[in-house]
Design a protein around this ligand. Structure first.
Ligand code: AP5
Length: 182
């Protein structure tokens, strides 16, 4: 059973939804960098102030800032984990590999959620988070294609990718995720 996982996929594919379910079922730490950054914005911290404008444009917050957040939490956690929304580019993926080597905690599986752009757009527009409007979603998708999608080849080369079709109900996708983990 995999206890150290990443969830990868475009905005709106259901990473957060599925990660939350699986983490609760397997008692894993669910680390969503998007959620952690939104909490910093909400709390009005210096870090939140730095991240807010970048997130509102749908661009990526600095690698150093995100890495510091992830590093702190993984170092202080004892047990399995599930990373959602991180890493987001090759520099973050390489930094994560170094950190996990230091912790002797290799990734066991990368769940890649795949979904058509039309459905992603519908899901995000009906959610209506601050960064869920057409212009920002289109930028988030472009950032995903340019910076995050190359991670698919990076992790495929390591034999870690499990592709999951993310169309259908939350329950249907959850079952596919569990089946994909074997
Ligand atoms: P982040 O919070 O990670 O947003 P995202 O990747 O754009 O992902 P979403 O939350 O939009 O989608 P999701 O795939 O998690 O889907 P969800 O389950 O929510 O990042 C936000 C911003 O923070 C970034 O743009 C960036 O600025 C910054 N950031 C974050 N991480 C960073 C990093 N590592 N480096 C730098 N910057 C970073 O579902 C979406 C909606 O669909 C929900 O309403 C849900 O209820 C619904 N839904 C889910 N599944 C289904 C289903 N099966 N059927 C119908 N509806 C469904």
């Amino acid at each position: 059973m995999s206890n150290r996982l990443l969830f990868l996929g475009p905005p709106g594919a259901g990473k957060g939804t599925q990660a939350q379910l699986l983490a609760a079922e397997r008692d894993l730490l669910h680390l969503s960098t998007g959620e952690l950054l939104r909490a910093e914005v909400e709390a009005g911290t210096e870090l939140g102030a730095e991240a807010q404008a970048v997130m509102a444009r749908g661009e990526l917050v600095s690698d150093a800032l995100v890495l510091a957040i992830v590093r702190d939490r993984l170092i202080s956690h004892d047990g399995g984990w599930l990373l959602d929304g991180f890493p987001r580019n090759l520099a973050q993926a390489e930094a994560l590999s170094e950190l996990l080597e230091e912790l002797h905690q290799p990734i066991e599986c990368v769940v890649l959620l795949q979904l058509d752009d039309g459905i992603l757009l519908q899901r995000l527009l009906s959610r209506g988070r601050d960064d869920d409007n057409e212009a920002v979603i289109s930028n988030r998708l472009e950032v995903y294609r340019e910076q995050t999608a190359p991670l698919i080849a990076f992790y495929r080369q390591l034999g870690l990718i499990r592709e999951v079709e993310a169309e259908g109900s939350v329950e249907t996708v959850a079952k596919r995720v569990v089946d994909g983990l074997g």
